[in-house]
Design a binder for this molecule. Structure first.
Ligand SMILES: NC(=O)c1ccc[n+]([C@@H]2O[C@H](COP(=O)([O-])OP(=O)(O)OC[C@H]3O[C@@H](n4cnc5c(N)ncnc54)[C@H](O)[C@@H]3O)[C@@H](O)[C@H]2O)c1
Length: 263
């Protein structure tokens, strides 16, 4: 799909990858881009900087009525939504010790938000016979984030949700893509964390990620991989799961050792 003349919504667009996506879509000639974030002033700043093609919106994607409102307001203003990008996401570091409330928050923002968006927008897209759902998951959704159990699990769930939507609605003209980047240089990457520093080895800028996302949308690829080597890593996993697990066990040991040396 070409983004030219399309109405596009991006959640979590007040900074990082989402903001870069909005700028890139505007430069590519979209009709309108809704810069949505729970941080209203960050969304307003990005929309102001983009100019007349952009409108700001406040929406907390973990709240279903907020997502319904985002869709309703956009439909009323522009007559429809062509592309809905569920991009907002968070991370919480930690393993077994992570609190239940952290897990719940991760589940709501990284997974339920995608369900809320699909529930609100799919019926309209079916009626029009076309539409596009974009999920920003992560390479962690195909592989793993060693430093965060809840990020690994919720990003896998996001990939599964995107697969399910594609299978169930692909024949109704609804395209679905899931974006699975490795490290992207945004506030989410924490330089003080050795695992995040390791991600920096393969990291790209948010602008590069957005350019790759635009190309992926043009090609209507299900799996959009801003770092193409993720496809090789994923193939290694599926070709020999046990060897892949042993490799990640070694990597974790090495990174944890580095962490202990730093402390
Ligand atoms: N940065 C990376 O290395 C990386 C790698 C792979 C995937 N991702 C994914 O990309 C997406 C964007 O991440 P980013 O790196 O741009 O992060 P970021 O922290 O720079 O920006 C995230 C934005 O989402 C907003 N947000 C958070 N919770 C929200 C909520 N409940 N409702 C609405 N908005 C909310 C924040 O206010 C912020 O503006 C996330 O889904 C993330 O998991 C990031």
């Amino acid at each position: 799909m070409e983004v030219k003349d399309r109405v596009i919504v991006v959640t979590g667009a007040g900074r990082g990858i989402g903001a870069a996506m909005c700028r890139t879509f505007a430069e590519a000639g979209c009709k309108a881009v809704v810069v949505s974030d729970r941080d209203e002033s960050a969304a307003a700043d990005v929309a102001r900087e983009i100019g007349p093609r952009a409108v700001a919106n406040r929406c907390d994607v973990a709240i279903e009525s907020d997502v319904q409102q985002l869709v309703a307001v956009t439909m009323a203003q522009f007559g429809g939504v062509d592309i809905f990008c569920s991009n907002a996401g968070i991370t919480v570091k930690g393993g077994l010790e992570s609190s239940n409330s952290d897990w719940q928050q991760m589940w709501e923002i990284n997974v339920m938000s995608r369900l809320f968006a699909a529930r609100a927008i799919v019926p309209h897209m079916q009626e029009r016979g076309e539409g596009y759902l974009i999920h920003t998951a992560s390479a962690a959704g195909l592989l793993m984030e060693i430093g965060s159990a809840s990020y690994s699990v919720t990003k896998h769930a996001d990939v599964a949700m995107a697969e399910w939507l594609s299978v169930c609605y692909g024949r109704s003209g609804i395209r679905v893509s899931v974006i699975c980047p490795l490290g992207v240089e945004t506030d989410m990457l924490d330089e003080s964390d050795p695992i995040h520093r390791y991600l920096h080895l393969h990291s790209i800028t948010a602008v590069d990620a957005a350019t790759s996302i635009l190309e992926g949308i043009r090609r209507e690829e299900f799996l959009i991989l801003p770092q193409p080597q993720v496809a090789e890593f994923f193939a290694m996993k599926t070709n020999n799961y046990d060897r892949w697990l042993r490799g990640f066990q070694r990597l974790r040991q090495k990174l944890t050792r580095d962490q202990n040396t730093v402390q």
